[in-house]
Design a protein around this ligand. Structure first.
Ligand code: S6P
Ligand code: ZN
Length: 193
């Protein structure tokens, strides 16, 4: 038996971070080349904001990567679109694919876009106090469909790992989340898939 110290952290909703958490990483727009359908709009975004502007950031507490342990953290994602497509995370399946996850909406209006191994697609709207269960084996990506920062708390087994290649190799996920023309969202087939 390996004992670890209890931890206490504050979800700083306004800052979109887990205060006191040990690790932080940022994804800039420059890191997200190839993610969006409209490449010309993506180049314009890089020109306007700069490749180093932060698209989303994650602060988390990773006590270990042991089976049975847990990682907890916060993702904050800026609002915006590339062409008609809402900002999103890279998305992944867990490297140990039978590991689940939970996401809890703190602020903003988001979606969890989910894809099963047999091609089922689901969208779960994330608003404050919404708890989304991401089942084992489902690819998951969060999308900011609102006009403010999307802030979400998450927790997942510490030995999950992330496999990003599954999406890259497939040409993305099966659906893209785009503006429906009225400022809402709709899921459309991804022509690159
Ligand atoms: C990890 C968990 C989150 C995401 C984060 C960023 O399993 O789902 O911590 O890593 O929301 O998304 P992504 O797809 O770039 O890792
Ligand atoms: Zn995950």
């Amino acid at each position: 038996m390996r004992l670890r110290e209890p931890g206490v952290f504050t979800v700083d909703v306004a800052a979109g971070e887990l205060s006191g958490a040990a690790t932080r990483y940022r994804k800039t727009f420059g890191d997200l080349a190839g993610l969006y359908a409209d490449e010309a709009a993506f180049r314009r975004l890089l020109d306007e904001r700069g490749a180093d502007a932060v698209a989303y950031e994650v602060t988390d507490h990773k006590p270990s990567s042991d089976a049975g342990d847990m990682i907890i953290g916060v993702t904050r994602m800026a609002p915006g679109k590339v062409g008609a497509e809402y900002f999103m995370t890279r998305g992944h399946i867990h490297a140990k694919a039978d590991r689940p996850e939970m996401y809890y909406g703190e602020s903003g209006h988001g979606l969890m876009l989910l894809e099963s191994p047999d091609g089922e697609v689901r969208t779960v709207e994330l608003r404050p106090r919404t708890l989304c269960y991401v089942p084992p084996y489902w690819i998951h990506r969060s999308v900011n469909v609102g006009t403010d920062d999307l802030v979400m708390t998450f927790a997942y087994p510490a030995d999950s790992g992330q496999d990003y290649d599954i999406i890259a190799k497939a040409g993305g996920m099966r659906r893209r989340i785009v503006d429906d023309g009225t400022g809402g969202w709709t899921a459309v087939d991804n022509a690159d898939w």
